[in-house]
Ligand binder design. Structure first.
Ligand SMILES: *Cc1c(COP(=O)(O)O)cnc(C)c1O
Length: 421
């Protein structure tokens, strides 16, 4: 018994200490019941972009709550959803024309898969294979687990997951292999879509690949009329240095999924953006061609208002300058680990920094993971390594001194838990 009725996510209650209660969030911090300020160096699972409780977003939520709660989004529309869709289309890579709302990253990917399959179904083309990249993570529903890396996370559900084709991860120097496998799969003729996390495979270990691979994958997809779905749930909203990662490859995916930072992280909301052709393939006087998808809380007006306020923050505040400064701060601080024998694969893209601690065993269940987490927790740092992969993905308001404390702790942790060469 834990004395609480709450079952927490990704938590082995038999092994965890009692949960600290957070009573307030502020800027880069979670403030707990003892008044301790915990530095949120992973943006509360990658959702908080500007900082906790950004005043512009909070004010928009208060204002929207004076007018709306949930309202049905079939038959009716509302200003926050309309304004947000227009703003997203303007900000996203050029050529995306429609936005479909849901409420989490997983559902945004489910919607994307259904859009892609519906596109071919409605055109009478028999294409239903999905190609994914090794180490990917796209969510925890049965559909998105099917497209993600198989392992300890989904062993219990394996029998129910649908089959996908997998590209080898484009490790530096071995990119051609990934492209060749994709080309080969596309030639089979029944591939509907390639689903990828652009430039950074996140939950799979913060693995980076080059923008040129992404643009070449898009070229191959186009050649075979295969749709490219970019899962920008994590990479969106500046994490990789640009608003969306696809911009760095100068590509427009056929479908783009966004969620985590869409409201600045304040409220749950997701959008799946698509090209006009995909919408049009569902546009018909034949009702059977309808896009049959909804969730109860589709386009929640208060969440949409928060996202509209997020767009205003991007427009009115020097967000890009903050991102560039954070990227530079990472660069300076990572430099000291580059030739450190306790670490390998020291890497960075925009506001994301990661390094692999050399430990006795790697992988997500690596013994070192929970030990590191406890070590950081003792120092009031929220850092949750993915196995032996230590990464920082802080909100953009973090200061140089705060970031220093995170890097100092990583350095110190390596003395305790690393196995130096
Ligand atoms: C977090 C994440 C998801 C799932 O988002 P949820 O909101 O947790 O459902 C999907 N794709 C990627 C790349 C993610 O990082």
């Amino acid at each position: 018994m834990t004395g609480s009725a709450v079952w927490h996510p990704f938590t082995q209650h038999a092994l965890e200490p009692p949960m600290k209660r957070i009573t307030k969030t502020e800027g880069a911090y979670l403030i707990d019941e003892d008044g301790s300020h915990v530095l949120d160096a992973i943006s509360s699972w990658w959702v908080i972009t500007h900082g906790h409780r950004h005043p512009v977003i909070m004010a928009a939520i208060r204002a929207a709550a004076q007018r709306y709660d949930q309202l049905i989004f079939a038959e009716y529309t509302h200003a926050p959803a309309e304004e947000l869709a227009g703003g997203l289309i303007a900000l996203a890579p050029p050529g995306l024309a429609y936005a479909f709302y849901s409420d989490s990253g997983s559902t945004s990917v489910e919607v994307a898969l259904k859009m892609a399959l519906g596109f071919f179904h409605n055109r009478g083309e028999k294409r239903n294979r999905i190609v994914v990249m090794e180490h990917s993570y796209h969510g925890d529903t049965i559909g998105t687990m099917s497209t993600g890396e198989r392992g300890v996370f989904n062993a219990a559900y394996e029998q129910l997951l649908f089959a996908v084709d997998k590209l080898p991860f484009p490790e530096a120097g071995r990119e051609q292999e990934t492209l060749d496998v994709f080309e080969h799969l596309c030639r089979s003729g029944d591939v509907a879509a390639l689903l990828v996390e652009p430039l950074v495979v996140g939950a799979g270990g913060m693995k980076l690949f080059s923008s040129s691979v992404l643009s070449q994958l898009k070229t191959i997809a186009d050649r075979h009329e295969v749709l490219l779905i970019a899962d920008e749930v994590m990479t969106g909203w500046g994490r990789t240095g640009t608003v969306f990662a696809c911009a760095q490859a100068a590509i427009t995916p056929d479908i783009l999924c966004t969620s985590k930072g869409l409201t600045g992280g304040a409220l749950p909301l997701a959008a799946t953006l698509c090209r006009a052709e995909i919408f049009e393939a569902h546009l018909s006087t034949d009702r059977r061609k309808t896009f049959f998808h909804s969730s109860s809380y589709t386009a929640n007006p208060i969440a949409c208002a928060a996202a509209v306020a997020n767009l205003a923050v991007w427009r009115d505040e020097p967000v890009q300058a903050r991102i560039d400064a954070l990227a530079e701060m990472h660069r300076e601080r990572l430099a000291r680990f580059a030739y450190d024998p306790r670490f390998e694969n020291v890497r960075q893209l925009g506001t994301i920094a990661a390094l692999d601690l050399k430990a006795a065993a790697g992988g997500y269940l690596a013994e070192v993971g929970p030990k590191l987490r406890a070590f950081f927790r003792q120092r009031n740092l929220l850092i949750r390594p993915l196995g032996n992969v230590v990464y920082l993905m802080p909100p953009y308001c973090i200061t140089a001194t705060e970031l220093d404390s995170a890097y100092e702790a990583i350095d110190e942790a390596a003395y305790h838990f690393g196995v130096s060469a």
